[in-house]
Design a protein. Sequence first.
Length: 404
Amino acid sequence: MAQVQVNLDMEIVHELFSKDGRDAGLSKLLETILNQILEHQATEQLGASRYERSDDRTAYRNGTRERKLKTRIGSITLDVPRFRSGEFSTSLFTRYQRSEQALVLAMIEMVISGVSTRKVKNITEELCGTRVSKSMVSSLCKNLDPEVAKFRNRRLAEHYPFLVVDALYTNVRHDHRVSSIGLLIVTGVNTEGYREVLGFSVADSESEVSWDALFKSLKLRGLKKVDLIVSDNHSGLVQAVRKNFQRTLWQRCQTHFSRNILDATPKRLQPEIKLWLKSLYDAVSLEKAFEIKEEMFDLFGKRAPKAIALLDKGFDDITSVFNLPVEFRKRLRTSNSIERLNEEIRRRERVIRIFPNEQSIIRLLGALLIEQHEKWSTGKKYFDMAEYQSPVIKIIDVKELVKA
């Protein structure tokens, strides 16, 4: 490496050792050193120093251009040489470019992890001496858009044995008003037993149209066959499931169903009915679950008629999971798996409170879903699919049980 002789102004030296001007002196010292290094590199590349007549000269100087560089001791201004022909090259900025990129990635990571843009601004200013505006942090996060778009449009496998779908609501600013908007999420278990985030969309409501559009986008990306779908009983969602997956079993979330039953049960009977529902859900077979339901009719038919009417109407929907092998039932009888994902989303969303627009929702929550997808795909299998054979799924007709 070539040696560079650096000349220092005594004022800089005095300022460096001054108590009040220590930080300013350091930045000024660094600025002086780096500018002299740039000048030395320009001389080497041109084959001549300033105003020197030389047969080795390859080109002529054409002034300089200013370049701001943010460092740990403050912002400095460098005079980057310019040539009349050719380009001045230097590796001086490479290290700082890497540091700057690392800082950008760190800021993005903080936002994804749930740190507000205001706090990110304060953190970077405190640690790096760099003033970053909230708008700059938001702007940098737009770098996530291509990655989120790529994830949302990726090709899917043809067969996912199980899907779990749900929606949550957040606040967004639109036309100078704050309104509620839904984030529709579809997760799945692939044929190898790993969970994936298959798709998501932003919609004004959980209407059939909204879910239909999301399901159709999954099918356009390659999805053709699903054995079981788990969700709550939202009418628009259920209609869209039946429209797009006609030969697929639908399992109504037993957790949501229990809440509906208990809401329709007199308070004094709620603990007792809750225990009966648990025994129904834990039954070893559909036949046994049907027997428990009949016993509940006899015990509570007159004391909790509304609850029993709901049980009768929803029994087929909450027992679809009995068509699966026993080891698969517990995790697929509710949508609790996606509810835990929703809690992670809520933790970030509470910091932001109100999203400035729909794209910001897709950007931030999309990045979070990508992160979760990668954890699932590279982590422990959700199911051991070795014994799972979709042809063994046989829909048992409850009417036949009645006849028996």
